[in-house]
Design a protein around this ligand. Structure first.
Ligand code: AMP
Ligand code: MG
Length: 327
């Protein structure tokens, strides 16, 4: 043990203050981490302890929430909650309560039970349900069929299925930010696919977060200068296939069970990742008018929306900031 401590100190003393950068695949997407260390340190795998803590945390959240891991809490709930109440951890309950909050706030546009229909799509195999299968799934679609008790969850319709893909990455980002702070890091960028957080600034300037061009994976549609904020983008380009000229993608309008139409990209800025994530998915489904109306009602939340004609729309706070800047 003492030997390891010496090794860490030794590595720390020979390295220089610098930005530490890394990428890895987790939770079905790519994680990117960049942070500033005055005196870099590494564990016996050559990995900075804060990066190791974040890697471990993302892996733990994946084990908890992955629909593809049969033992995950989420998969267990999906397998059993239609037959009996299933006891769940406080952490999973907190995520379900937050999901319920957004279900109500968005009049059902954000609905983790979208999965009853969503699970019938296979984007890699370019498969979608026929009308009869979709109609059967829609009969049990809606968070009203998910009953939350003190420490258990119960489905009140047989075919209910939940998936936290619209909120889990934002939650994981918040956990990463807590770990960065606990390790004394005050300048960092962390992202999981389209969900990110920028901590502090970058050498005295704000971070520039790029919003991907929705139709050109290599291009950036715009850059937003930000610090100490979560930035989440939902786009119809993440998982999709084209059938008869129509884009079939992974953000489902719960009222139809089909891909949401009208918008191609929604970026939300908010103090917490969990809210930015849930709201980017929500506004994507609500559409430009109802989405902007919702965001303009919320404190400390901003939106940048791109519709299917390429037009860009901003929440009121960004429009006034822009006008003030132009004066
Ligand atoms: P995001 O990229 O954050 O918008 O998340 C998209 C993911 O959210 C999808 O892959 C689904 O797992 C999930 N999702 C799709 N439609 C909905 C919906 N209407 N409400 C909540 N989650 C959804
Ligand atoms: Mg989201």
């Amino acid at each position: 043990m003492r030997w390891m401590a010496c090794l860490v100190l030794l590595l720390g003393s020979t390295a220089h203050a610098d930005w530490q950068r890394s990428h890895w695949d987790v939770m079905g997407t790519r994680a990117t981490l960049e942070f500033w260390r005055d005196a870099p340190v590494a564990n016996h795998h050559g990995i900075d302890p804060v990066e190791q803590a974040i890697r471990d945390e993302f892996a733990r959240i994946n084990q908890l929430l992955s629909p593809w891991i049969a033992e995950s809490e989420l998969a267990q709930v999906n397998a059993r909650a239609a037959q009996q109440p299933v006891e769940i951890s406080p952490e999973f309950m907190q995520l379900l309560q937050r999901s319920k909050y957004y279900y109500r706030l968005t009049n059902g546009a954000f609905d983790v039970s979208f999965a009853g229909a969503g699970a019938l799509y296979d984007y890699r195999a370019a498969q979608q349900p026929d009308d009869a299968a979709l109609a059967r799934a829609r009969a049990c679609l809606g968070f009203d069929f998910v009953r939350l008790e003190q420490d258990s969850v119960r489905f009140t319709c047989n075919a209910v299925r939940i998936d936290l893909g619209g909120i889990a990455k934002g939650y994981a980002i918040d956990r990463a930010v807590s770990l960065l702070r606990e390790h004394g890091i005050s300048h960092a960028y962390i992202s999981l696919g389209g969900d990110s957080y920028v901590l502090g600034d970058r050498q005295g300037r704000p971070w520039q977060v790029g919003i991907r061009h929705p139709r050109d994976a290599e291009a950036v549609a715009m850059r937003v200068p930000v610090s100490d904020i979560a930035v989440s983008t939902s786009g119809d380009y993440e998982r999709f296939f084209i059938a008869n000229g129509e884009r079939i993608h992974h953000i489902i309008n719960p009222s139809t069970g089909k891909s949401s139409k009208g918008l191609v990209s929604v970026t939300i800025l908010a103090p917490q990742g969990i809210d930015a994530d849930a709201l980017s998915t929500s506004v994507f489904v609500l559409g430009k008018d109802r989405g902007l109306e919702l965001v303009n009602r919320l404190d400390n939340v901003s939106a940048i929306i791109i519709d299917d004609t390429g037009s860009v729309y901003y929440s009121d706070d960004l429009v006034s900031a822009d006008e003030a800047g132009a004066r």
